[in-house]
Design a protein around this ligand. Sequence first.
Ligand code: F6R
Length: 241
Amino acid sequence: MKIVVLKDKKAQGQAVAALFAADVLTNQHPVLGFATGSSPLPTYAALIDLYKANVLDFSNVTTFNLDEYVGIPAAHEQSYYTFMRENLFTKVNVDLSRCHLPNANAADPALECRQYEQAITKAGGIDIQLLGIGLNGHIGFNEPSDVFPDQTNVVALTDSTIEANTRFFASRQEVPRYAMTMGIGTILRAKKIVLVISGKDKAEITKAALQGPIVPQVPASILQTHHNVVVVLDEGAASLL
Ligand code: F6R
């Protein structure tokens, strides 16, 4: 695991965008794995800048997002589909038909989960996967548990995650209780993983994930077993290492 500590979120975004840019520039058919939430925003801003500066061309890119809420339509202002459209997809020349998020409201969720896995495989696997981490150590929406789920699946969100997500909704009542998420196995099958963590409030979980035992109660700790992980921290997140 390579750990990089940078001054602030802007520097983190530029570093992570540089890692993604390398894949876009070097692969014939880049397959990028994306995340939502606050952590990836500086990365998306930096990728948009590289596109506007004519450095990056996204026309050949395929994308897969980690997760999507169950129970709100894709057009909802807080869906991850809307998030990705607003923060990246409509700002670069990516072909929207090659941008994938799990269809969390599919009539047959188990079938949708299997098809999501198949679509990733058919695309050749994910070249580089972006991750944030929850305060409870989740990656994607793989919450602390007694097992590491392998494949894309539907999960019940924990109270801590619902609490953290309340900031995006009018009230706690409106926060979705379930999500469809890539499994831990899906994430680990990515050829390269970039975990970005900012802020002192994540210092404890950062330490547990990077230096603690590998246990499903801290889902991100499994990343210690992957052969190609870059962790990009700011000084706050790194403060207990
Ligand atoms: C988002 C995702 C989550 C977030 C995590 C951190 O697609 O899968 O695991 O990465 O909850 O969220 P932020 O970055 O908002 O602190």
